[in-house]
Design a protein around this ligand. Structure first.
Ligand code: FES
Ligand SMILES: [Fe+2]
Length: 528
């Protein structure tokens, strides 16, 4: 909790500063992403297979099926799902497919503890067990236990329900969502009221998602709506692995300029707002009027997505008037997203399809998008079938470094374990030719630049080089000869980095390699 508050304080205080300087969090450089990654059906299929079918994906909100006996159905990609809440309060996620001849068992949502198949009336319990075969005497003897609905791994936490779309696949749920899920949990969604949802359709899922990760477009695309309340192109980020906490200042945020920095966390929605994203496809915007949880569902083809906007509120409406107010607010928000974001997305899709430019370019201010695409590259690089080029090697190295840095930045040992595992099995074809020491320093720095805590510490460090005070030109330089307010903390952070390094000779291949190269160059005494 305390660490969360510190993170929120950090973002809010940067926002206050940026309002004065008209600046924003920035990456070290720009990032080019090939246009085909938004149009290529093969890449899209890999994204589905490697990312959407192997990671915990949001299936719904706890509040949608709050009572025992409640259920909802949902088609996620090509998978028909049935989510139920059992008597004991636990949630089941199952394939919504009858074991007889594959009919869709349930439709919509509702409350019942048994499901009769509409085709031949086989009867199932809401835990998926087959209770009765109609006309069993004529159908013949079968083993009912083996004819249950297919179960999927399901996780419920922070008022959200996640499934893994591959039956039986074990994932490290807590490690994957670490940090971000605690941040969301603190909001208490589990007890909030589910107001309803709205659906919209749009372009490729990444085109749509890119729009949730920056406020650079507010002035041009939302002049009469969002930009009335919120500054354009001022963002503060914190990254929990691939998940993002993004702060946006409201135009009246300077009213908080007298608030002590360590109290700023108390003022979410009173001067600044947060968008919280869950990789790969969820964006949560908490607002006092109503909270929007956008669930992006890719497909059915590469150029399409369906987005369900869920709406929740801290309290149930007191009366019909309150309920109507929620309906109006949901319609309004849906209208804004549809007319001012998704309709632009469709035009972007046309532009990309035209092949006019080989790449799209994310600016230094579009940090969130840069990080999102680095993580996509990371997961895609794990795709066993993908033929690797030296370009994808480089992307993988970069993504891995980013994960190392973020895990350390958050002191997140669970995430760190995952990175070790990935590094230990990764095969880098062209690693031998992987750039020189100068580029490596640059790479480490560009990675570190995306880590909010380290970045904050770094900004308060000066470097003492042979008696001369200067600003650190690199992260490593800052760590080794840093003076100034946060030099000690930075040193501690690096100490943790190094302790972990020493514990695991098999991990850290990338980092070790780079440090050794630097060491051999005699630049800095990094490895004792
Ligand atoms: S398909 Fe369900 S009972 Fe026949
Ligand atoms: Fe937008």
């Amino acid at each position: 909790m305390e660490q969360q508050q510190e993170i929120h304080n950090g973002i809010a205080s940067r926002l206050l500063e940026y309002i004065k300087t008209r600046s924003t969090d920035q990456a070290e450089g720009v990032l080019r992403v090939p246009s085909v990654s938004y149009t290529d059906p093969q890449q899209w299929q890999r994204e589905m297979d490697v990312i959407f079918k192997r990671l915990p994906i949001l299936a719904g909100l706890s509040a949608e099926i709050a009572q025992p006996g409640q259920y909802k159905t949902l088609d996620l990609l090509d998978t028909p799902l049935l989510l139920t809440r059992l008597k004991d309060g636990s949630v089941r996620a199952m394939l919504n497919v009858c074991a007889h001849r594959a009919m869709k068992l349930a439709e919509g949502s509702g409350k019942c503890d048994k499901f009769a198949c509409p085709y031949h009336a086989w009867l199932y319990g809401n835990d998926g067990s087959l209770i009765r075969i109609a006309g069993q005497e004529t159908y013949g003897e079968v083993d009912k236990a083996s004819l249950a609905l297919t179960q999927l791994p399901v996780y419920e936490r922070a008022g959200l329900i996640f499934v893994v779309l591959t039956p039986g696949l074990e994932v490290d749920f807590a490690g994957f969502l670490a940090g971000m899920i605690e941040d969301i949990e603190a909001l208490g969604f589990a007890d909030w009221h589910y107001c309803g949802n709205r659906e919209i359709t749009g372009a490729n899922w990444k085109i749509a998602y890119d729009g949730y990760l920056e406020g650079y477009h507010f002035a041009a695309a939302h002049p009469q709506t969002i930009h009335q309340r919120t500054f354009s192109n001022i963002m503060g980020f914190h990254f929990y692995g691939p998940h993002q906490l993004i702060g946006f200042p409201r135009k009246d945020m300077d009213k908080l300029s007298e608030v002590p920095v360590d109290e700023l966390y108390r003022y979410e929605n009173e001067g600044y707002d947060f968008v919280r994203t869950l990789f790969p496809n969820v964006s949560i915007f908490v607002a006092p009027e109503i909270t929007q949880v956008a669930q992006l569902i890719p497909g059915p083809t590469v150029g399409e997505n369906r987005t369900i906007l869920h709406f929740i509120h801290r309290e149930s409406p007191r009366d019909e008037e309150g309920r109507q107010r929620n309906e109006t607010m949901m319609d309004w928000l849906k209208g804004v997203v549809e007319a001012e974001d998704y309709s632009l997305g469709l035009k972007v899709q046309q532009g990309l399809n035209s092949g006019a430019h080989k790449h799209v370019t994310f600016g230094r201010n579009e940090v969130g998008n840069q990080v999102f695409h680095a993580w996509l590259d990371h997961y895609l690089a794990q795709a066993p079938a993908a033929a690797k080029s030296s370009e994808s090697d480089e992307a993988e190295v970069q993504a891995l470094l980013l994960r190392y840095a973020c895990a350390i930045d958050q002191r997140n040992l669970a995430a760190l374990e995952q990175v070790f595992a990935a590094d230990a099995v990764a095969a880098y074809q062209d690693i031998g030719e992987f750039r020189g020491p100068a580029a490596i320093i640059g790479l480490i720095d560009s990675v570190i630049a995306r880590c909010a805590t380290t970045q904050h510490l770094l900004s308060n460090v000066q470097v003492d080089i042979r008696g001369q005070r200067a600003t650190a030109s690199s992260y490593l330089q800052a760590i080794y000869v840093g003076t100034g307010v946060h030099a000690g903390e930075l040193q501690t952070l690096w100490g943790e980095y190094r302790d972990e390094l020493e514990k695991r000779p098999e991990g850290w291949r990338i980092v070790r390699r780079e440090l050794r190269t630097l060491h051999n160059q005699g630049d800095v005494g990094l490895l004792a």
